[in-house]
Design a protein around this ligand. Structure first.
Ligand code: C2E
Ligand code: MG
Ligand code: MG
Length: 382
């Protein structure tokens, strides 16, 4: 049985985590103080550690450093009740120290979200290997879900983002954060992207054939951009599927695009010349400067969900989101807010003139048929 320790002095919260984790099959222990925690982990590390940044006798950042010194190999979930920025900084620090940071969560945490996270961390599934991923790509064990992109003025679904999933041997679903980094490091990212592009274009062609006008967004990895031939092969696949490049958006994370090289400029420039739209994803989380953003030919900016989810709860998140929207508009970029979960965020984003939104408030990523059911009857051809 996988073990989990929750370190939190707030009884009600520790109890909540303990209940969800027990339900997910963990053997759970609660540590109310750092001293308790040290005693519990003297000999063996639990599979998962749930840590509150704010504790009475130490702070989470100090504890992270201690974990590194004591060679902790637990998967770490970092929590905070207040400042999202401190949480982000601490989470990043943990990663830089080489700790296995699994997720950062702001309270209140929803039980289904925590459950899903814990299910993925249980460890009864062997970690993916390069061989198993290569076999999954070749053997059609990957599949795509689609998350609707909603135009805020009209409330219409104008497109979808394709998000890859891996159906594991045990029938469970493996999320991309658990295998995209592996694909990148094992030299499988081109094969994976090729599969995703093919599957997403096939779906887009199918929708177009039924008269459904949906934009398709696809995520690219930093590793893909170093292939100079990528724009040609994507354009060819587009033509084969019978869809227009103008209806395709390629999303690149901010961190990926900060590797600003001549090849990057060449590849991105050629995508644009061929008519594809380019989006800078997770904007606000990387280190790229606005100058870098200006140098690359993006058409869309996606505000990272870490800000969007905090809108209306954190003054900083409000300022960042609003400033990014204004800046994007001034640069002639379309704005998309990702991770819209509340009416509160939506109302603010509308007031700030954000063009599009994606998030659980509208829909989780779903199968293609489920997207069709969300479209108005005249559009779905029914
Ligand atoms: P991303 O491109 O920024 O995608 C958004 C992620 O946020 C998705 O996670 C989506 O399920 C999740 N999300 C959407 N709405 C909400 C919300 O309201 N609240 C919260 N908490 N989350 C929301 P997912 O599908 O697990 O993908 C994670 C990341 O993996 C993606 O982030 C993307 O960077 C990468 N990825 C996904 N599919 C592909 C792919 O086909 N190729 C490559 N290279 N990367 C991919
Ligand atoms: Mg994306
Ligand atoms: Mg994103």
């Amino acid at each position: 049985m996988s073990s989990l320790i929750v370190v939190d002095d707030e009884f009600a919260f520790a109890d909540f985590v303990a209940k969800v984790a027990t339900g997910a099959g963990y053997d759970v222990t609660v540590a109310e103080t750092a001293a308790d925690f040290r005693r519990l982990t003297e000999r063996v590390w639990p599979r998962v550690l749930v840590l509150d940044l704010y504790m009475p006798d130490t702070d989470g950042i100090e504890l992270l450093r201690e974990l590194k010194e004591r060679h902790c190999d637990s998967r770490i979930i970092l929590l905070s009740g207040t400042d999202g920025r401190v949480l982000d900084a601490a989470y990043r620090l943990g990663g830089e120290l080489g700790l296995a940071m699994a997720e950062k969560l702001t309270k209140p945490v929803r039980a289904p979200d925590l459950r899903r996270l814990l299910d993925g961390l249980r460890g009864d599934r062997p970690p993916p290997t390069a061989e198993s991923l290569a076999a999954a790509i070749a053997g059609e064990q990957l599949f795509l879900l689609y998350q609707p992109k909603v135009e805020l003025k009209s409330g219409r679904i104008v497109g979808v983002e394709a998000l890859v999933r891996w159906r594991g041997e045990d029938g469970g679903v493996i999320l991309p954060d658990s295998f995209i980094p592996l694909a990148e490091s094992a030299g499988l990212i081109d094969a994976l992207t090729d599969w995703v592009v093919r599957a997403a274009f096939r779906q887009a062609g199918h929708w177009q054939g039924r008269g459904l006008d949906l934009h398709m967004a696809i995520n690219l990895s930093a590793g893909n951009i170093h292939d100079r031939h990528l724009p040609d092969s994507v354009a060819r696949q587009c033509a084969e599927a019978g869809i227009a490049p103008e209806s395709v958006t390629l999303e690149l994370t901010e961190t990926a695009s900060s590797k600003d090289s001549a090849t990057m400029l060449e590849v991105l420039g050629r995508f644009r010349l061929k008519g594809f739209r380019l989006s800078i994803d997770d904007f606000g989380t990387g280190y790229s400067s606005v100058a870098q953003l200006l140098r690359l030919p993006f058409s869309e900016l996606k505000i990272d969900k870490s800000f969007v989810s905090e809108i209306g709860r954190s003054r900083e998140a409000d300022i960042v989101a609003k400033t990014l929207i204004d800046m994007a508009h001034n640069l002639g970029l379309t704005t998309v807010a990702e991770g819209v979960e509340s009416q509160r965020s939506l109302t603010a984003l509308r007031a700030w003139d954000c063009a599009m939104a994606q998030g659980y408030l509208f829909s989780r990523p779903v199968a293609a048929e489920a997207v069709e059911q969300m479209l108005p009857p005249q559009e779905s051809g029914a």
